[in-house]
Write a protein that binds this ligand. Structure first.
Ligand SMILES: [Zn+2]
Length: 76
């Protein structure tokens, strides 16, 4: 099940929700201020960290879960 990341437009906090694909477009409210928040990105098999602790999920070498060249196009 994918983890979706959200950014609250009000308090600028980020949070993650584990949701099914069917729920991916449902409203997510900030746990801090209860403001409906925007989905920032989703990550599933795409999410990796290198030894420096920097996320390489954006602009990385591609998704391990499919043949797409990046996670933005494969929907993971
Ligand atoms: Zn908030």
């Amino acid at each position: 099940m994918p983890i979706y990341e959200y950014n609250c437009p009000k308090c600028k906090s980020s949070f993650e929700l584990l949701r099914s694909m069917n729920e991916s477009n449902a409203e997510a409210r900030c746990p801090v201020c209860n403001t409906p928040s925007n989905k920032a990105l989703s990550r599933f098999a795409c999410y990796t960290k290198d030894n420096s602790g920097v996320s390489s999920s954006v602009g990385g070498s591609g998704c391990s879960g499919c043949s797409a060249s990046n996670c933005g196009s494969c929907g993971h």
